[in-house]
Ligand binder design. Structure first.
Ligand SMILES: *Cc1c(COP(=O)(O)O)cnc(C)c1O
Length: 355
């Protein structure tokens, strides 16, 4: 590992955030969401750090296989179920649990004739995955032959907006379609865990909050009692003094308004940094908050060193994490923290420790 870029994973923060989720939903079990390589943090590492969860959720069979191969024996739920009938044997052999959201998936399991735990997914308003509420009786009848136990779930479209009326409407639709039917229920992702205690039900499904990122628009993670798990670090590999009027980088997108020191950081879009981060995106140099300037390149980016005039070659840089919320970086680059985190795994070297 010859580049100084590092994703530092804080085990205490990870355990703290899971405990925070439990404290917020004390009567619910926790399905820890570790899809997309645990939001870019590394699925095996995070499954170990989230050992206190009741179960894990992933998006595909290969992610579940990695967990089982590593000796994880806890329940693992496939959030999208099988993509193809050829996956059914492996799902059964590995003792996985599955979401079922389409008639095609029902047919796959009926044809196999063996039982497994099923999370039947209903579309209560997000209009992505799930059965229509009106089909509930028919769908339940179709899965009873193999669903043991049968549980019910739905997913919110707008839980990231505190007080959004559509969340309450989805809750009501879910309650109405199930009525008194027996079976555990699950609705809440991170946003709802934090902001909608009345949605917690039997199982909560935290993702983003476990990684210490705020699931609510315009509310800081620290104010919600969450601590960032990933701190992304690199170093300055050049410090130069440019003259007023000189432009920096491809396209010359930043022109120095005065004579000023400019640093080059060993981090770029090939490491997952957003290419469209604008001048003004926050970044820390030796712990001092400054800004990205100009266009990010493949392996490098440029920073304004006026707030750190004595910065030198080799000084540490924090791209996000401890001391710089990823939410601020996402906002300045017109994306969401989820996307920034997932992209890090392209080329990251990980270490564990406190940042
Ligand atoms: C990804 C996902 C979650 C976790 O969402 P967060 O917003 O990260 O908490 C929960 N449930 C389902 C079905 C998901 O796909």
């Amino acid at each position: 590992m010859t580049r100084p870029a590092r994703a530092i994973i804080d085990p205490h923060a990870a355990r703290h955030n899971l405990a925070r989720g439990r404290a917020l939903a004390p009567n619910s079990r926790v399905l820890a969401v570790v899809k997309a390589d645990a939001y870019g943090h590394g699925v095996l590492r995070m499954a170990r750090l989230f050992a206190d969860a009741d179960a894990y959720a992933v998006a595909s069979l290969d992610e579940a296989v990695r967990l089982r191969d590593a000796g994880v024996s806890k329940p693992v739920v496939l959030l999208e179920g099988p993509f193809d009938a050829s996956e059914v044997d492996a799902i059964l052999a590995l003792g996985l649990e599955t979401v079922i959201h389409t008639a095609e998936q029902i047919a796959m399991f009926r044809a196999r004739g063996r039982s497994l735990p099923v999370w039947l997914k209903f579309d209560t308003g997000m209009h992505r995955l799930g059965f229509a509420p009106a089909d509930c009786d028919e769908v339940v009848a179709a899965v009873t032959a193999f669903a043991r136990p049968l549980r019910f779930m739905t997913h919110f479209a707008n839980a990231h907006r505190r007080g959004d009326a559509s969340v309450a409407a989805q809750q009501e639709r879910f309650a109405a379609l199930l009525g008194e039917r027996p079976g555990e229920r699950s609705l809440a992702n991170s946003g709802a865990i934090v902001a909608r205690p009345d949605s917690h039900a039997d199982w909560v499904r935290p993702g983003l909050m476990l990684y210490g990122v705020s699931p609510l628009d315009d509310e800081a993670a620290a104010d919600l009692g969450l601590a960032p798990v990933m701190t992304l670090r690199s170093r300055l590999i050049s410090v130069r003094h440019l003259r007023a009027g000189e432009s920096v980088g491809y396209g010359g997108a930043f022109t120095c308004p005065e004579d000023m020191p400019v640093g080059v950081v060993a981090y770029g879009y090939a490491d997952g940094y957003p290419r469209h981060a604008r001048t003004g995106t926050p970044i820390l140099v030796r712990g001092v908050r400054t800004q990205v300037i100009g266009n990010c390149s493949m392996d490098m980016m440029t920073v304004d060193l006026r707030p750190v005039p004595d910065a030198r070659f080799g000084d540490p840089v924090t791209l996000w994490g401890a001391g710089l919320p990823i939410e601020d970086v996402a906002r300045a680059s017109a994306t969401i923290p989820y996307e920034l985190l997932c992209r890090v795994r392209m080329r990251a070297h990980y270490e564990e420790g406190s940042a």
